[in-house]
Ligand binder design. Structure first.
Ligand code: AKG
Length: 266
C-alpha cells in the first residue's frame, strides 16, 4: 500500500481570477474518509471520542433529521475529523492558491444536507452569501479562505455549493444571508461589465474546493437520494490577524493546535 500523498495542482492565477478552485478528484484517502464519515455520524448522535464537545451550533443531536445539519468545530470532538481537516493536500492546495508561507485551520463546520422524503419541507438550502460578511473578528484584508471537502458524491442534483465566478473582486456586499431559503440573488450587485455566472462545485468523495472569503456562494436542495456530506474548513494564512489580536468568538481557538492545526509551512 502506498502512503504517498497526492498533491493537487492549483494555480494562483485561476484562484485570484475566479475566486474559487474545484479539485474534482479524490485527494483524501478513502480509509480516512470512511473514518470521518463514522465520526460525522457519531457527532450527529452526540458521541465525542476526544472528550470535548463541538462549539454551540444551530443543529444539535435530536433536532429535525430533515433540516440542514450544521455543527461548529466538530474536529474538537472527533479524532478522525481532526485528521481529515489536517490533511496536507488541503494545506498545500491553499498555499499554492495564495502563495502563503503558512496555512492554519481556524474554524470548521460539519455540513450534512439530507435528501428530503417526498412531501416533506425543511430548511436545507444555504442562502447566497460572502463568508467575509460573518467574519468581522478578522482585520480587514486578512487572507482567509475555505476548503470544502466532500465525503459523499456531490453531484448537480445533491445541492452542491455554487460559486459566482469572479465575485471575489466585487467587494463586500450587503445581501448575504446564509439561512435564506428564497432566491436572494437580486440583493447582490455585479459591477459594470461583470455578469452573474454560476459554477456548481461537483465533487467526488475526497475531492475539495477552495473559495475566497468574498466569493458569493450558496446551495440548493438535495434531490440525489442520499445525504450530501462535507466539511467547510476555514483557513487563514500568515497574512491574517484577529482584530485587536483578540482570542474570542471565531478566533478563540487559534492558539490550540488540537482545534486549529497548522497544515502547511513553507
Ligand atoms: O455547504 C454549503 O452548501 C455551504 C457552505 C459554505 O457556505 C461555506 O463553505 O462557506
Amino acid at each position: 500500500m502506498s502512503l504517498a500523498i497526492d498533491y493537487p495542482t492549483v494555480t494562483r492565477e485561476q484562484y485570484e481570477r475566479d475566486g474559487f478552485v474545484i479539485l474534482n478528484r479524490p485527494l483524501i484517502p478513502s480509509g480516512l474518509l470512511q473514518r470521518a464519515i463514522e465520526g460525522m455520524d457519531a457527532i450527529r448522535r452526540g458521541e465525542y471520542d476526544t472528550g470535548r464537545t463541538p462549539q454551540p451550533s444551530v443543529w444539535n443531536p435530536g433536532d429535525d433529521p430533515n433540516a440542514l445539519c450544521k455543527i461548529e468545530m466538530p474536529q474538537m470532538a472527533n479524532r478522525a475529523i481532526l485528521e481529515l481537516v489536517s490533511h496536507p493536500a488541503i494545506g498545500a492546495a491553499a498555499a499554492a492558491a495564495t502563495g502563503a508561507h503558512t496555512v492554519q485551520v481556524w474554524w470548521v463546520q460539519l455540513l450534512y444536507k439530507p435528501c428530503l422524503p417526498p412531501g416533506v419541507t425543511a430548511k436545507t438550502n444555504v442562502g447566497w452569501h460572502q463568508d467575509r460578511h460573518y467574519w468581522g473578528q478578522w482585520e480587514p484584508g486578512s487572507e482567509l479562505l475555505t476548503a470544502w471537502v466532500a465525503l459523499s458524491d456531490v453531484t448537480p442534483s445533491s445541492g452542491p455549493m455554487v460559486f459566482v465566478r469572479g465575485s471575489n473582486t466585487w467587494g463586500l456586499q450587503r445581501g448575504s444571508d446564509f439561512f435564506a431559503q428564497t432566491d436572494i440573488r437580486s440583493s447582490f450587485q455585479s459591477p459594470a461589465g461583470k455578469t452573474w455566472e454560476e459554477t456548481p462545485a461537483v465533487l467526488p468523495p475526497g475531492g475539495f474546493s477552495l473559495h475566497h472569503n468574498l466569493t458569493i456562494h450558496g446551495s440548493g436542495p438535495n434531490m440525489a437520494g442520499a445525504p450530501r456530506r462535507g466539511f467547510a474548513i476555514h483557513l487563514r494564512t500568515d497574512k491574517s490577524k484577529p482584530v485587536g489580536d483578540k482570542r474570542e468568538g471565531l478566533t478563540a481557538f487559534i492558539d490550540d493546535p488540537s482545534a486549529c492545526p497548522v497544515i502547511y509551512r513553507a
